[in-house]
Design a protein around this ligand. Structure first.
Ligand code: ADP
Ligand code: MG
Length: 698
């Protein structure tokens, strides 16, 4: 019989540690569960194992060595239990069975554990066996004190996602209690289950918490067991239902129709220095059709880096202004917002359209003036950063919200801008992104979005040539930069990403700048990074735009949107540290003019598997959609979209790539249920969503 179960506590503070002077009231168990999203009984019941452990077998210690590296379970009697002080304080317990001995090592431990594991006690320990200096050992195994002959579990042991201060034991207990209390009625009728070939809800959930000994272990671990399929289906159905409902809710809201393509639009088009591409014409027509409706547009405009989204957005804005409404354009960085402002103001001011500009960096006086002009309606086009979503910003008559590089904003940020319309009305919304989302993903994650795609680049672009260069050849790269600059071309030099430390990243940027300035004394070398004052940043960017600075050393602040067509060489240092979409965005800063452009990916070898794949993908493709597909393949959809995106927060069990067939079934059923069976819709959403649904109303 098992008498006590203990798990080593990796980060426990020693009992003697002094209490902080002002201790916060200790979080209750309820709080701790709530942090895991566990509030109602059904939340506990649907808190399913993230994996299973096989504790059904004990390995003789003599044989354990042959299984080195994998998780295994041994059982033995304590022959020694000591605290050692070298190299640091640790508890070292030796246990032996009839065949050999194993050392258990605990770097953090309680006094009570020493008593528990006294010589003569019997321990069942589970962990990874390593061969240390003193023979076979396990570091921080999970263990139980047992009596001789204690029964082994006959089935897999579930392991739940846990949180701070919550052990597996506590979770198991709470889940067991909840299982006795919930309403188990299936949300799907028996005929439906037969038709869809799905198992019942209750049987599936119970099986996953307590797999019977004869359950197929592999399919349980791999999430392909029919019980898992039922969970995935339910989850996907909830997602589809809720997205469709959000769509219906949006359509029922009022928006002002903005049908008039008037004088401003005509004059703007007349003065454009170029003709729109076919793709731009097509998406413009799609947007115009939306703006005619009296419910809010919600459209995602996707187009590769440099495909010309800004002009399309500007045309939409001008149409709103033609109809007597304001349009606002929000961009994720000050550099980009300022660039948009200058470009659009240069286009629109001559037509008699007045614009305003709002970022966090404005002086109080300027800011107050801008706010007044926005509130009075004098400013027709408003451009800025997330400063636009603050409460102090009030629009006179907001008709259209445009969010550039929308993936850089959180759902909440986009929502609060949309809430700034006239009371009872929701402005039309256009979101733009150069991080293309493959179609299948777009359909599942953005069931509530219309999607337009610009799939054509403006004419006259020469493709960017991309090369991988070992950083040992840095001298050659510097020589190449020099040659390019002497040839009248301009260069970006992107500093390595150092995620752990912003300070270190700035240091590297400054060092790189100094290094290049010393190596290329006849050139002007500029530096921009995120910590500079907005005005200083802008001064450097301006000098670069005027070609007074030939080489711009930059951190990733230039990642999005920056448009300097004369720049045709880009060097990215430590390219192996960047993600694919980030590399693609960065590279998109060149290749914008008539000059043939080159991007050099400096890397430090040896390259790991995925890093190599990423760089090779960059070398082989300049097509953002192709790169996005590859990115998705390398990272999986969760990480690809980021936790910020809608819908994602809901999918715990289903995998959009491997479970596509379930997605299709769920989508079909969602449509049917919404038409014919609202009680089921309610019951299902109630069970699976609770308060999470708000997330979806992007
Ligand atoms: P992105 O889609 O990455 O936001 P931009 O809107 O910044 O791209 O456009 C990239 C560049 O292409 C800009 O300099 C823009 O003026 C130019 N451009 C846009 N549309 C056309 C077109 N139809 N013909 C020629 N140049 C264009
Ligand atoms: Mg852009």
């Amino acid at each position: 019989m098992t008498i006590a179960i203990t798990t080593a506590v990796p980060d426990a503070t020693p009992a003697a540690a002094p209490k902080p002077a002002k201790a916060k009231p200790a979080a209750t168990l309820e709080d701790k569960f709530a942090r895991l999203g566990l509030r109602k009984n059904m939340d506990f019941v649907l808190h399913l194992p993230m994996r299973y452990e096989d504790e059904t077998e004990i390995v003789a210690m003599r044989d354990a060595g042959f299984r080195g590296g994998s998780m295994l379970q041994v059982e033995g009697v304590v022959t020694e239990c000591d605290i050692q002080y070298r190299p640091r304080r640790q508890l070292v317990v030796t246990i032996a069975d009839d065949t050999a001995q194993v050392v258990l090592r605990f770097l953090n431990f309680y006094g009570s554990q020493i008593k528990q594991m006294a010589v003569g006690a019997r321990i069942r320990a589970r962990g990874e066996l390593r061969h240390g200096f003193f023979g076979a050992e396990m570091v921080h195994p999970s263990y139980k004190m047992v009596n001789q002959g204690a029964a082994l579990p006959t089935a897999l042991t579930p392991v739940y996602p846990a949180g701070e201060g919550i052990s597996q034991i506590m979770l198991r207990k709470a889940i067991r209690m909840a299982i006795d209390k919930v309403d188990w009625r299936d949300t799907l009728r028996p005929e439906l289950l037969t038709e869809l070939q799905l198992d019942g809800f209750e049987a599936s959930v119970k099986l996953l918490h307590n797999p019977p000994p004869d359950a197929d272990q592999y399919s349980l671990m791999e999430h392909s067991h029919p019980a898992w399929e039922r969970m995935k289906f339910d989850e996907l159905l909830a997602q589809q239902l809720s997205l469709k409902r959000a769509q219906a809710a949006r359509r029922s809201k009022g928006a002002t129709a903005l049908p008039l393509v008037g004088e401003f639009s005509a004059a703007f088009l007349m003065n454009l220095p170029f003709a729109l591409t076919g793709a731009q014409e097509r998406v413009l027509a799609e947007i115009r059709a939306d703006l005619k409706q009296d419910f809010p547009m919600q459209r995602l405009l996707q187009g590769d880096v440099g495909s010309g989204k800004t002009i399309v957005a500007a045309l939409a804005a001008v149409q709103a202004i033609d109809n007597g409404y304001q349009a606002v354009l929000m961009a994720p960085t000050e550099i980009l917002a300022e660039q948009h402002f200058r470009k659009l103001a240069a286009w629109l001011t001559p037509l008699g359209i007045s614009s305003a500009w709002l970022t966090g960096g404005l002086k109080k006086k300027e800011k107050d003036l801008a706010l007044a002009r926005i509130a009075s309606g004098e400013a027709q086009l408003i451009i800025g950063t997330h400063a636009l979503i603050q409460d102090t910003v009030q629009f006179a008559k907001l008709g259209l919200v445009i969010v550039d590089e929308q993936h850089r904003f959180g759902v909440g940020q986009r929502l609060s801008l949309r809430n700034k319309g006239l009371s009872g009305q929701v402005p039309h919304q256009l979101m733009m992104s150069a991080t293309p989302i493959p179609r299948t993903l777009a359909m599942t994650y953005y069931a509530d979005l219309e999607v337009s795609v610009i799939d054509e680049l403006p004419p006259g672009r020469t493709p960017i040539v991309t090369r991988m260069v070992d950083q040992q050849r840095r001298e050659e790269v510097i020589a190449r930069v020099h040659a390019a600059a002497q040839d009248g071309k301009q260069v970006y030099w992107v500093c390595p990403l150092i995620e752990e430390s912003e300070a270190l990243q700035l240091q590297t940027a400054t060092d790189t700048h100094a290094m290049l300035a010393a190596a290329l004394p006849d050139l002007q070398i500029g530096l921009v990074h995120g910590r500079m004052k907005a005005a200083d940043k802008q001064a450097v960017m301006d000098a670069f735009i005027r070609n007074e600075v030939q080489v711009l050393v930059a951190t990733t602040v230039i990642e999005v949107g920056v448009d300097v067509p004369n720049a045709s060489l880009m060097v990215i240092e430590h390219a192996e540290r960047f993600g694919l979409s980030q590399l693609h965005q960065l590279r998109g800063r060149v290749g914008r003019g008539a000059n043939a452009s080159v991007c050099l990916l400096l890397y430090q070898g040896p390259l790991g598997g995925t890093a190599k794949q990423r760089l090779m993908t960059m070398r082989e493709s300049t097509d953002g959609f192709e790169i996005a597909r590859k990115d998705l393949e390398l990272r999986g959809p969760g990480e690809f979209l980021g936790a910020r995106q809608s819908g994602e927060a809901m999918l715990r069990f289903a995998n959009l790539e491997t479970d596509q067939w379930l997605v299709d079934k769920a989508r079909q059923l969602a449509i049917e249920l919404l038409q014919h069976d609202l009680p089921t819709v309610e019951a299902h959403l109630q069970r699976w969503l609770g308060q999470k649904e708000e997330f979806l109303r992007v």
